[in-house]
Every structure is written in C-alpha cells, then in structure tokens.
Design a protein around this ligand. Structure first.
Ligand code: SF4
Length: 180
C-alpha cells in the first residue's frame, strides 16, 4: 500500500502483535471510564444517537479536506496523515488526556506492526489548537499496562462500577444507560 511509505520500517517487530488488536477508541474510552469501555466492547452502542458524536463526525468530515483521511491498518483507523505524522481530529480538548492515549496507542500499534510514525498530532479544529507528541519509553510502558488491563476487562462478565464523575457522565453517550 502506498501509504506505508510514510513510515520508517522498524527493526524489532514483536511476536505478540495479535495480542493487541484493540481499536483506538477502546483505549480512549478505557482511560475515561472502564465501564464505558466494557459497554462499548459488548457492542452496546449509544453513540449514533448522541449529538456530540454526530457533531464530532461532522467536524471531522469538514476539516482538513486536503489531507489523506481514514487510513485503516489492522485494528486501527487513523483520521489523517500529515507529512508522516499520524493525526487524530477531536471536537474538543476537554478530554485531552484520553485523546492523547488514543493517539499514543496508534503510534505504539504501528511501531509493533513494524512501522514508526514520525510523531502524532492531536487536532482540535474548532479550537484552532494542535498538540504534537512522540512515543517515549515511558509512554510505551504505560500503554503496555493499559492494554493488559483492557484485555482483562473485556473478559469480565459484569461491567465495572460507574465512575460517578457527573461532569464526565453527563457528556457520555452511555449516560441514560447508566443513570436511567
Ligand atoms: S455514564 Fe459515566 S459511568 Fe456510565 S459509562 Fe459513561 S462515563 Fe462511565
């Protein structure tokens, strides 16, 4: 595929790549709320009827028209590519920490597939803001831990407790599911 040429081929492909076939949203959701990840992983989907998700899709589709969009590699779907950087477009920076881990996961995943992206960029077109990140050894270590926890959580029969942070929950697509 032509898109692969923007990455540098890595030396150390790891053997257990099949163990980390997670989607980026799963990492994002887990860092916001483990229960949200559990519900999402059970295909309990509320997003389609949630206004913020629809608005986010619209912003994504209307922004950065000149860049290559929605590249799928294995289990990850990358929003944009800009000069060798993996870009993730978000509606708002309010959940920046979770968005960052999603982006880090893309860089980590690509590296473990044998490619190294130059960097990652979080883009917030409505706020005219961007944040550039690179994968460090410390981030990789933390991601390994997050991935192991997600894999374990997805096997659990019952969902974790609510996080009880109303400021998060009110904006969550699963609000009615959790608080009805
Ligand atoms: S509403 Fe709150 S507790 Fe329920 S999934 Fe969303 S963030 Fe988690």
């Amino acid at each position: 595929m032509a898109e692969k040429t923007i990455f540098l081929k890595g030396e150390n492909m790891l053997d257990d790549i099949n163990d980390i076939e997670l989607g980026g949203l799963e990492v994002n959701y887990y860092t916001v709320c483990p229960r949200k990840l559990w519900l999402y992983a059970r295909y309990i989907r509320q997003e389609r009827v949630h206004d913020r998700v629809e608005l986010g899709r619209f912003v994504h589709e209307e922004s950065y028209r000149r860049f290559k969009k929605e590249l799928e590699i294995g289990s990850v779907k990358i929003d944009l590519l800009e000069d060798g950087a993996v870009c993730e477009v978000k509606l708002s920076s309010k959940m920046e920490e979770a968005h960052l881990w999603q982006l880090y996961y893309y860089l980590y995943y690509l590296k473990r597939k044998g490619f190294s992206a130059v960097k990652g960029i979080l883009l917030f077109p409505k706020e005219k803001k961007r944040k550039e990140v690179v994968l460090t050894a410390e981030v990789e270590k933390k991601l390994s831990q997050i991935i192991a926890e997600i894999i374990q959580l997805k096997k659990e029969m019952f969902p974790p407790e609510k996080i009880r942070k109303l400021s998060f929950c009110k904006k969550c697509a699963y609000f009615e599911f959790c608080y009805a």
